[in-house]
Write a protein that binds this ligand. Structure first.
Ligand code: GLN
Length: 185
């Protein structure tokens, strides 16, 4: 299976490694031609504003939306969650696919980053989660399922073929969310 990783900015190499761990062939996606060749896509953590700017200038926004509408599974982590969202507080939405309101940088500054073990519905053992200037999920729409919570707030959400995590599983070699998304292909 060809697992695409949006490779414009952020920790796309770690996502590629996680897909490889989960048994897929990672493909770096920088152009619409790259995108056409993959079975699913990860949108990495990083800076959502930068990823947005680069995705627009690469002409990737409409093609990603089209593939998503056609059922391609997408995993967004941290900045990737923001990029997927329909409403963004403290920023502008990019793909507008995920019916949720996300507040950027809501868990505080870089030095207030933390790790936790998070129980995720559909995954047996808790997932190791790294929160770095993580977004908070303020609202989810009726079509969105909450797969995990931390501190009383959703941190993994799912809407059909879209899965978004407020944290980074990929930074600690945690590949089970990637495997979960590969299972949707
Ligand atoms: N603060 C970043 C943003 O708004 C997200 C942080 C991250 O991906 N670790 O894009």
């Amino acid at each position: 299976m060809k697992a695409g990783v949006l490779a414009l900015q952020g920790d796309f190499r770690e996502h590629a490694a996680a897909f490889a761990l989960a048994g897929a062939t990672p493909i770096e996606v920088r152009t619409p031609t790259d995108l056409a060749d993959v079975d699913c896509l990860a949108i990495p953590g990083g800076e959502s504003t930068t990823i947005g700017l680069l995705a627009r200038s690469a002409g990737l926004v409409a093609p990603i939306r089209d593939r998503a509408a056609a059922g391609m599974p997408i995993l967004g982590t941290c900045a990737g969650m923001i990029v997927l969202a329909r409403e963004v507080e403290g920023g502008a939405p990019l793909l507008g696919l995920l019916d949720a309101t996300i507040r950027r940088n809501a868990y505080g500054r870089q030095n207030e980053s933390f790790e936790a073990d998070v129980a995720v519905r559909g995954i047996e053992e808790p997932v190791r989660a790294v929160f770095i200037r993580a977004p908070i999920v303020e609202r989810v729409g009726p079509g969105v399922a909450v797969l995990a919570e931390h501190g009383g707030r959703p941190v993994v959400i799912e809407q059909g073929n879209l899965v978004a995590a407020a944290f980074h599983p990929e930074l600690v070699g945690e590949a089970r969310l990637h495997a979960y998304v590969l299972g949707k292909v």
